[in-house]
Design a protein around this ligand. Structure first.
Ligand code: GLA
Length: 693
């Protein structure tokens, strides 16, 4: 599915924007000129300014000191560098919490958190709302017509450290939210199932957040709390956004997301901003970190409805907040950055411009390292700036993709609530298992809400959608009836939006669509695996299933349910619905999805790689590690080839390789760890060509 970017507002920066967080307030003013000159050398076109500068902008309440920021804005405007100006509200200054101690957040255990780090505010604090909107308004009045201003950056990484607060003000706000959701207490009592454990409420004032309790909290109360916390932070964003919009209606507004961040339902947030932006950091110890990068990028593109998005932060090399902070290998900076571009990012930015000399993040890499410009990082930054310039024409094109994975925050929150059949059912594990299989098959995917328009997709995968509304279940059913291929995993369709079991047999909402009836779950012990008749193995889960219209694809040969169906398939209308009752090993997931891709006419990589070895190796795992992604615009098509391997490869492509300016006839050569971007006629599908080599 592709979407045009014309309906979205985008910062007024040509081509692919390049830059990072610029925190000049951390440095003496006499080095600012050097900063600007070096930004010019690197080709920086946009910087984010002022993210943590509330204390300097408003040193005492209501007294603003904009002098230093005026000079920074003027310098940047003079150099033709656009400013994504932060509203600076992510970290209230010490004077603020000193004056409004009730604005400090409280943990579930009842501890108040202090200032002295960052993000020490309660999202429901009236003082915080008033202070943050006042500052946003003052900045909009001051800089709304400044030539450097290209975008507003509201707050920063909402909820990163303080996604929830359990103070009395939050409790009161929660009750207001619940009144709005349920109207009356009877409905709340019914939704929360309060007949259980003597939890019936007779007055709204008795309702509190799910604070520390002697046993498991009421699950629906906890689920509603998560919904409330996401909404309450959104209200903070919307309050600032509305102030900015009223004063500067033409300036686009964003706030930076954090990828697959559990506390915030970004699908409900994204429509409230003009541009989706994201911060993505690699987890150094994760061997699949390059796949996590792709997944996060695909999620961001999907949140914005397919429109270009902004990579607001990544690191040039090591971060400072992991146990062991791994430096990036040579070439990784470019590969990571262009991987984001391939998946729809039209801006590549970093945290941060100049590595800090003091403070908690002084060991975090920057574009300009402590050691200065005679460094590998600096040289790679400059080279990346030049590469992005050569890719300017790619900006605005849309990523092509015909497979979607359903992603739903409320289902995530609900499936991981307490007292479930198995703590091993972890939402991200399930989504990632599906995503990784498609990644290895070189199939680009979108993420969609379960109630989204699915008509543009040939395959829709549903990794454990535990909670689902009737409407969303009907939407997925219609998709299959209309000819779609759906692959649904276990523990789906189990509860309604109140977290109440859909009675009559599992998988509740999908029983009919899948043509199965499950009478009991048989989760596996930690590390226990089961074998299936087709040779697959599974872990985490099995269940006692009786077909009711579905064919059995394969059965369990051991484990708690030998002989019982493990995978089923049902033709519905002109489509097909598969049901998978265990967490298949990676190779088997890939094999299953490969078959579905073939049936749905979705191109996958197949055949052999350049070493003559099968792409799917003996363990069944794709061994090539090469991504091909296509972006298209009116009259132009761009094939991105990202080589994550330590071998050079040749990939079918005929056109112009933009990074080197070299015409390619038949194939493009991509160095080990390298990237190629070929403008071609879009006719050749590199994946369908067996040999990359
Ligand atoms: C986040 C924040 C930045 C910085 C980086 C460090 O993304 O937004 O201010 O702390 O992390 O990785």
């Amino acid at each position: 599915m592709t979407t045009s970017s014309s309906s979205r507002r985008w910062p007024r920066v040509p081509g692919i924007a390049f830059g990072g967080d610029y925190n000049p307030e951390q440095w003496p003013e006499d080095i600012w000129a050097e900063d600007i000159a070096l930004m010019g050398e690197a080709g920086v076109s946009m910087v984010t300014v002022g993210v943590f500068s509330w204390a300097l902008l408003e040193p005492t309440q209501g007294n603003y000191d904009f002098g230093w920021l005026d000079r920074v804005m003027d310098l940047l405007a003079g150099a033709g560098i656009g400013v994504d100006l932060a509203t600076a509200t992510a970290s209230p200054p010490p004077w603020f919490s000193h004056r409004y101690p009730e604005s400090l957040p409280v943990t579930r255990e009842g501890h108040r958190l202090w200032h002295g780090a960052r993000q020490a505010y309660c999202p429901s604090s009236t003082a915080y709302r008033a202070g943050s909107t006042a500052l946003a308004g003052a900045l909009a009045h001051r800089y709304g017509t400044h030539p450097a201003l290209v975008m507003w950056h509201v707050n920063n990484e909402y909820g990163c450290h303080t996604p929830e607060c359990f103070c009395d003000a939050s409790a009161a706000a929660f009750r207001r939210w619940l009144r709005e959701r349920y109207g009356d207490l009877d409905r709340l009592n019914e939704a929360w199932g309060t007949a259980f454990w003597s939890q019936h409420y007779s007055d709204f004032d008795e309702v509190v957040p799910p604070r520390l309790t002697p046993a498991s909290n009421n699950p629906t109360q906890t689920l509603d709390w998560k919904r409330f916390c996401s909404d309450e932070l959104l209200a903070c964003f919307v309050a600032e956004r509305d102030v900015l919009r009223a004063i500067t209606p033409d300036v686009p507004i964003t706030t930076n997301f954090m990828g697959a961040f559990k506390p915030i339902d970004y699908f409900s947030w994204a429509p409230h901003e003009d541009v989706v932006s994201d911060d993505h950091y690699l987890m150094g110890a994760d061997p699949a970190k390059h796949i996590r990068l792709s997944m996060s990028a695909d999620l961001m593109r999907s949140l914005g409805g397919g429109n270009p998005w902004i990579l607001m932060e990544q690191s040039t090399s090591a971060v400072n907040w992991q146990p062991r902070n791994v430096a990036k290998a040579p070439g990784q900076l470019k590969r990571n950055s262009l991987q984001h571009v391939a998946r729809g990012a039209d801006a590549i930015c970093f945290f941060q411009w100049r590595a800090s000399g003091s403070g908690a993040e002084k060991y975090h890499s920057g574009m300009l390292p402590h050691a200065g410009t005679d460094t590998r990082v600096w040289r790679e930054v400059v080279a990346l700036g030049a590469d992005l310039k050569t890719l300017a024409e790619v900006a605005g094109s849309a990523v092509e993709c015909d497979v979607a994975i359903v992603w739903d925050w409320p289902a995530w929150w609900a499936v991981e609530l307490d007292s479930h059949p198995s703590t091993d059912v972890q939402y991200l594990d399930l989504v990632q298992a599906t995503y990784d299989a498609f990644w290895h098959l070189d199939v680009t995917v979108d993420f969609v809400r379960p109630d989204a328009d699915l008509s543009g997709y040939k395959i829709v995968a549903v990794p454990s959608l535990y909670l689902v509304s009737d409407d969303a279940a009907a939407n997925l059913t219609r998709y299959v009836e209309g000819g779609g291929h759906l692959v649904c995993n276990f523990f789906s369709g189990i509860v309604d939006p109140d977290d109440a079991i859909r009675l009559g047999g599992y998988p509740g909402a999908f029983r009919q669509l899948l043509g199965v009836r499950v009478e009991e779950f048989y989760p596996l012990l930690e590390h226990q695996t089961v074998t299936l008749a087709d040779g697959s193995t599974g872990r985490v889960w099995t269940e006692l299933l009786t077909p009711a219209g579905a064919q059995v694809v394969t059965t369990y040969v051991d484990g708690p349910l030998p002989g019982s169906p493990a995978i089923t398939r049902r033709e519905v209308g002109s489509g097909v619905a598969y049901y998978v009752t265990t967490l298949l090993d990676a190779a088997s997931t890939q094999r299953l999805l490969h078959g579905v891709c073939d049936a749905a006419a979705v191109a996958t990589r197949s055949g052999e790689n350049n070493a003559g070895a099968p792409i799917i190796n003996a363990d069944g795992i794709e061994a090539a590690g090469i991504e091909t992604i296509r972006r298209r615009a009116d009259g132009a098509s761009y094939l991105f080839v990202i080589n994550h391997t330590d071998r050079e490869v040749d990939v079918p492509a005929t056109g112009l390789e933009l990074l080197s300016g070299t015409p390619t006839a038949g194939s493009v050569h991509v160095a080990a760890g390298g990237v190629a971007v070929v403008r071609d006629d879009g006719a050749i599908d590199a994946r369908s060509h067996a040999a990359v080599g």
